[in-house]
Design a protein around this ligand. Structure first.
Ligand SMILES: [Cu+2]
Length: 97
């Protein structure tokens, strides 16, 4: 087996382990300050701007945001910071894998 082939296999293994470690996490945030139906849109946009966020579902009724994110790229603190900067301080209500 040539060196070239070995490098390819190494790269392949590296990629595979990367995929294994890149864990998708879902967090439910309690959002405060949402007073009208436009607010959830602002909250959603602020969260979508965070690198690593895959999907955002904001519920005006329950004042929560369900955020799916890659924990290799971002962490919950960044999500909280994003909504706070948009004017909606949030707390973690549920953290699931
Ligand atoms: Cu509003």
């Amino acid at each position: 087996m040539g060196n070239h082939m070995k490098n390819l296999i190494f790269l392949f293994l590296l990629l595979q382990s990367g995929l294994l470690f890149a864990a998708e996490q879902t967090v439910i945030l309690s959002i405060s300050g949402m007073t009208c139906t436009v607010c959830p849109i602002t909250v959603k946009k602020s969260l979508q701007k965070v690198a690593g966020v895959k999907s955002v579902t904001v519920s005006y009724e329950s004042k929560t945001a369900a955020v799916v994110f890659d924990d290799q790229l971002t962490k919950v603190e960044n999500l909280l910071k994003a909504t706070e900067n948009a004017g909606y301080p949030a707390t973690v209500s549920k953290n699931t894998h």
